[in-house]
Design a protein around this ligand. Structure first.
Ligand SMILES: [Zn+2]
Length: 246
């Protein structure tokens, strides 16, 4: 059995008794390449999910000026969220493609965590690669790592004390952060029944997908990945995560 499949048989289900989830990613569409299927399941169960995006994805469309692209992509992200039951969609205003690691980013993420008080956090793969030798993006790596650190910062009154001055009391309630699309998955969510919502959500990124100039098929992309993850777990469709306990 290949190592990736052997790992899948040891994987745990990411269920539990949490109520509030904050999804924090670098770019518009990061959530829609799979994570939104889990978001659809969670909101259908009555849980609250909110989105925080570090950038507006303004550098993502080659043939469009960043100012115009950023405004369009924010609107597409709001529509994509609405389809899977998410009405809180916030943008932190970091520059697309060149997010800097550092205290400013951790402070802004800690502020968002204190404001929304999530039980759990989800994000995108923060590792150097997607598996094999395919390089992950710097923004994903920097944002994903900073998020875990910010969850800890959010719980400590004496880290970024200016946040208390702004009225944001500490929040130490985040239990874990789960990274979608990690090459080292530890957990999975059964997303059977949520493919259609995920496809419609991804298709809301119309300008971006058209800007790619390729024949991208949202349904085929999402279904292939979710079936591949679901098969070794004995379910029709699944999404895998690497979980860090906080
Ligand atoms: Zn991205």
């Amino acid at each position: 059995m290949p190592p990736s499949l052997r790992r899948m048989t040891e994987i745990g289900w990411l269920d539990g008794d949490w109520d509030r989830c904050l999804a924090v990613v670098a770019h518009p569409d990061d959530i829609e390449y799979g994570l939104s299927l889990a978001v659809s399941r969670w909101t259908s169960e009555g849980r609250w999910v909110g989105y925080v995006l570090a950038t507006a994805g303004e550098a993502g469309i080659d043939g469009m000026e960043p100012e115009q692209a950023g405004a369009l992509r924010q609107e597409e992200q709001r529509r994509a969220g609405a389809i899977v039951g998410v009405s809180t969609v916030e943008f932190l205003g970091y520059p697309d493609g060149v997010i800097e690691a550092g205290l400013a980013l951790r402070r802004d993420l800690a502020r968002a965590i204190r404001i929304h008080r999530p039980d759990v956090l989800v994000s995108l793969n923060p590792r150097l690669t997607w598996g094999g030798t395919t390089l992950n993006m710097a923004d994903h790596r920097i944002l994903g790592t900073a998020l875990a650190d910010a969850a800890r910062d959010a719980g400590n009154r004496w880290i970024f004390p200016e946040l208390v001055g702004e009225g944001h009391e500490p929040w130490a309630g985040c239990r874990w952060v789960a990274y979608a699309a990690s090459p080292e998955p530890t957990h999975a969510v059964d997303v059977t029944g949520h493919l259609d919502a995920g496809v419609r959500s991804l298709e809301e990124h119309r300008c971006y997908i058209e800007g790619l100039g390729t024949d991208f098929d949202a349904r085929s992309f999402l279904e292939t990945a979710a079936r591949g993850a679901g098969a070794p777990l004995g379910v029709e469709l699944a999404l895998t995560f690497e979980v860090l306990q906080l």
